[in-house]
Design a protein around this ligand. Structure first.
Ligand SMILES: [Zn+2]
Length: 242
């Protein structure tokens, strides 16, 4: 009886190890996805800075074009000033020229402000690009490390698979079937019963008769409330006996 129990306890130990490894393997893809998300956010920040830069460049080009057009216009008007026949016409054109020149001066001021912002924005973009590039190296390193760990864990699980086959072959077939059924629903599937007869799976107290039988046979039974395979704790801990 006791040998059967020991074989099953060994199998469960292997299964718990596999379970713990699988659980730790689950975190790697999540961590990798998290890092990639972070990197995407950093890339978006760079793109936002670049968009601001392009917008300022667009403003600068438009202002330069406007100023050039205005200057061209003023030049033409000035050349036509001498052709004006009446004083009234002359004064009207001179006034237009004055308005255009003032407008051009205001735009030139605006242009120098945009040029100043552009210089600041170029620095901001450069800083974000450097930040992103450093983050990329960092994330790349971390992702590679996590992938390596995941592969190592997988290899470890495969290695334990062989140990499990060996441990499973030592378990009594009827007990193994019972164990497999319980294992799908709850782990651990095999639990000790401690005095005064408490199932360590569900904390319910067994009938005294059932507990006494477990203690005297040092074998296994099924917990009436949680249906786990149970044994008296001394069966695995006590002095060797058959
Ligand atoms: Zn129970």
């Amino acid at each position: 009886m006791r040998e059967k129990l020991k074989a099953l306890a060994e199998l469960q130990k292997v299964d718990m190890e596999i379970g713990a490894l699988r659980k730790s393997a689950e975190v790697y893809p999540k961590q990798i996805a998290e890092l990639e998300k972070e990197l995407a956010a950093s890339r978006e920040a760079v793109e936002a800075e670049r968009a601001r830069l392009l917008e300022l460049e667009r403003q600068k080009a438009a202002l330069e074009q406007n100023i050039a057009d205005e200057k061209e216009k003023v030049k033409k008007w000035e050349s036509r000033l001498s052709e004006q026949r009446s004083t009234r016409e002359y004064a009207a054109l001179a006034r237009e020229i004055d308005i255009a020149k003032k407008a051009t001066a205001a735009q030139a001021e605006e242009l120098s402000e945009v040029a100043r912002q552009l210089a600041v924005q170029r620095e901001a973009l450069k800083a974000k690009e450097q930040e992103h590039s450093a983050r990329g190296d960092q994330v790349g390193g971390k992702v590679a490390e996590l992938k390596k760990k995941a592969a190592e864990t997988e290899a470890e699980i495969r290695g334990i698979g062989e140990r499990r086959t060996k441990a499973a072959s030592a378990v009594d077939p009827a007990l193994a079937r019972r164990y497999e059924t319980v294992r799908k629903k709850r782990m651990p599937a095999l639990v000790p019963v401690l005095p005064p007869g408490t199932c360590q799976g569900c904390n319910m107290n067994l009938r005294p008769q059932l507990y006494n039988t477990l203690r005297s046979t040092l074998g296994t039974d099924v917990c009436p409330s949680c249906h786990r395979i149970i044994y008296a704790s001394e069966a695995l801990e006590g002095p060797a006996a058959k």
